[in-house]
Design a protein around this ligand. Structure first.
Ligand SMILES: [Zn+2]
Ligand SMILES: [Zn+2]
Length: 135
């Protein structure tokens, strides 16, 4: 079971898994939304995902042409997870919001063409200029 929540504690979520993929996304939208060099994302099934609290959504145009939706706590503003309209069966949990962030084991870095030089991780990751070819 994966559980997580926001900084103030008002917003919580859980997923029984499994983890479908784990990657760091370095697209400019993730940088702007998070204030960091990239966002660690874990894909899980939407059907078994649940959240509670004052979760709010922000939509922006995604690379697919459909909206990317970022969900955050309406109280404290913590980014929690994404619900991309291009993949309606999927939730992308932002791994820093997990109760046990060490359970995030990234295997790939996405949109590395937009990654600032200081955001490269020491971990060995498969690097993709954009999304992986099979996405
Ligand atoms: Zn909060
Ligand atoms: Zn991104």
């Amino acid at each position: 079971m994966l559980t997580g929540g926001c900084l103030c504690g008002a917003s919580r979520y859980l997923s029984p898994g499994p983890v479908l993929f784990a990657a760091i996304c370095h697209c400019r939208d993730c940088q702007r939304a998070s204030g960091s060099g990239g966002v660690p994302v874990m894909g899980v099934e939407k059907a078994s995902f649940a959240c509670s609290g004052p979760v709010r959504a922000w939509r922006s145009p995604g690379g697919s042409g459909r909206s990317a939706v970022r969900n955050f706590c309406g109280e404290c503003g913590s980014l929690l997870f994404g619900t991309p309209e291009s993949a309606p069966d999927l939730v992308t949990v932002y791994a820093g919001s997990l109760d046990e962030p060490a359970r995030f084991e990234p295997s790939a870095a996405l949109f590395v063409a937009q990654r600032p030089h200081w955001a490269r991780l020491a971990a060995r990751l498969a690097e993709h200029d954009g999304l992986p070819p099979d996405a």
